[in-house]
Structure formats: C-alpha cells, structure tokens
Design a binder for this molecule. Sequence first.
Ligand code: 13P
Ligand code: SF4
Length: 409
Amino acid sequence: MRTVSHRFGPGLADPWDDVRVSTTWVEPSGTATALLLLGRGSDPGAERGVSCPGALPAPSDPDLVERARVAREKLGDDLFVLGHHYQRDEVIQFADVTGDSFKLAQQAAARPQARWIVFCGVHFMAESADILTADHQQVILPDLAAGCSMADMAALSQVETAWEHLTDLGLADRTVPVTYMNSSAAIKAFVGRRGGLVCTSSNAKRALEWAFERGDKVLFLPDQHLGRNTAVLQLGMSLSDCVVWDPHQPHGGLSEADLARARMVLWRGHCSVHGRFTLDCVTEVRQRVPGVQVLVHPECRYEVVEAADHVGSTEQIIRTIREAPPGSAWAVGTELNLVRRLAHEHPDKQVMFLDRTVCYCSTMNRIDLPHLVWSLEELVAGRVVNRIQVDPDTAHYARVALDRMLALP
Ligand code: 13P
Ligand code: SF4
C-alpha cells in the first residue's frame, strides 16, 4: 500500500506528517461491517443503481436552468415532478411537490392525470411511486445510479434466510415483519406477503403499534436505528427487548434464546449519512453554542437521539424550524442539502449542521440538473428514459404492505 505526504516548502512543518493517506484501496471482503458498493454487482440480490446510459448535457452549460424550464412547460400537466427534501437546490426548484418519503408516496398516488412522474429522489422511492400509481403512468428516475446504501443492506435472499430460521424455531407465526420505506420493492413484497407493513420515519410508532396488535415480535428491516429508537424511546421498550440480526453471521449471530425473548429483531442496516452523527457532535455543539437545541432524524444512532432535544422525520424537522422563535439556535442532524436550505430560508434563526464535517447523501446528490434536463428533454422528444417499473407480482404484494401503511390511523 502506497502512502503520500504533502510538502509545505522549506522550513515549514508538514501538518500532515502524522497522517498517511492511502492511495490504494482494496474492496472489503463480505465481513459484517463491509458496505455493499453501488453498481459493482457485489450483491446482485439487493436493490442497486446502474450507470446512466444517457448523453447528458455538460454541467457547465449556462442554459441548463432555461432548458429545464422550457421542457417542463412543453410537457405541461402530463408531467409531475416530485422532489425529496435531500435533493440539491438546483433540482428542487423544479419540483411540483417537495416532501419526505411519506408525503411523496401519498402525492405520487394523488395525481392520476400526469402521464410521467419524474422522481427526484432515490430508487426505492421511485419504485414505491410506480407501485402506487396507475398503469397508464410511468415513473422516471433521472439517474439510475441514485440508489440507497441502507436499502442495499437488506437483500431478499438474506431476509428469506432469516425468516426460515424464525420458522424453524417456531417463532415466525408470532412475528410481524415491518419494513422501513427505505427498502427495495422485493422486501416490501416479502413483508406484504407475510402480514406486515411498510413504515416511514413519520409513522414508525403507529406502524409498530399496528404490528404488536397482531403479533408479539417484530422483524424490523432494514434500519436498526429507526427500529430501536421507535421501540425504546416512543413505545417504552427496553434496550434488552431489542436484538440485532446480522445477515453476515450464521443465524444472524443470535442464539435461540436471544430470538425467543426479543420483542424487536432489528436488521443490521443503517443510513450512511445519519449514522455519522455521534454523541461527541452533540456534546461539542452544546459547549460551542449556549442554548442550542439539537434536532435529529430518527435514523441517527440511539445515543444521539437520546441526547438530542427533538427527533423527527424530515417534514417534522422542517416544521420545527419554521415554528421556532426568531433568535433561537438549532443544530440539525440530517442531510446537508436540507440543513443548508433551512439555514437559508430562516436567516432570523441560527440553523447549523450538527456535524462539523460535510455529510451529503451521495446518492441523493446524483440527481443533478444535467440528469433532470436530459430526462425531461427526452420526454419532449417522445422517449421515456430510466423508467422504474416493478414487476406485477412484486408490485401487488408491495402495495399490500404500502396500503396497510397508508391506512394507519
Ligand atoms: P424521510 O424522508 O422519511 O424523513 O427519510 C429520510 C431518508 O433518509 C430518505 O432517504
Ligand atoms: Fe439512503 Fe440515508 Fe441517503 Fe436516505 S439519506 S437515501 S437512507 S443513504
């Protein structure tokens, strides 16, 4: 492995002397901690993006904004553009509706007159939109490489293996599977077939209550943090009621007794963006900014959520900042595009990022203006590119799980 050091001229100490930066990188083996790599085929059973085949406009093209505006105008009411709150500003300006995953799923279903839904978000969201929209509507993801590393952490084959083990132990009948929206259509269908439902970060508590009315154990996929935070901090369970199923270990790395006594079997998945916030970030910002309130997303680790003042989905975070009194200070633990936008929209409040290092969601950021312009101009030319289409059987059972969520009180 080669290392590099940086030279700073005669007489100057090299501040990097103690830091050796590796310039070669070896793909990790399939250990418990290795992240699956988007587009590398490291796990063909998981949801993932592929590279974009299009002839994209250059990012430097000064006419991109005008081109997007013109294409949008030509497409008129046939087009409906949805934008998740973590999208770039350059993209969000063209969204007809912005929202968190729950609101966007509702909105996708509520615009039957639109022939084309251009989804500025990630792959699992576009899949859900395809499932919830009518047959004459087509859903387009401007860049197919916009996947989600969390969704990729639960492959269908792994989840089936876990369920078989619960069945062998005689526990599956009493277990209700619940999957976070951030999962592939195949996982949602798995859950729908087995009497479970989908949840989002804004209705996870109600979804778990629904599940515990029907069983005494939940298999929660794929975000261990949302599952644990909801069970312990909102439903009053104890940490010892939760166990973590590691798909890379035999039997999830759990004993029969662990599984028998657990109420929450949490999948070992996490968000690579929200998982970066640590307890140190909370302690540091409280010392640095007296009176600051810490507001985090429930995909953050348990100890971070426990130490925060408020927790909520992206929609709830936006509402909290909007309703906060002028002069108040907020350290927000969620994706950076959203935090920057909130800071910009509320100059009378001090809105800052909870971590001091940059934390964009790299796959959300793949949807940029060149990809949006390309997908819109192709539609104007009569070509549908990057269509997201879920096969009918998967779509049917995934819809069962989504409809159970949409019907929650
Ligand atoms: P929500 O949109 O449900 O808040 O989820 C956040 C997220 O990580 C989306 O990918
Ligand atoms: Fe996935 Fe996290 Fe990005 Fe959301 S923010 S798309 S959960 S990696």
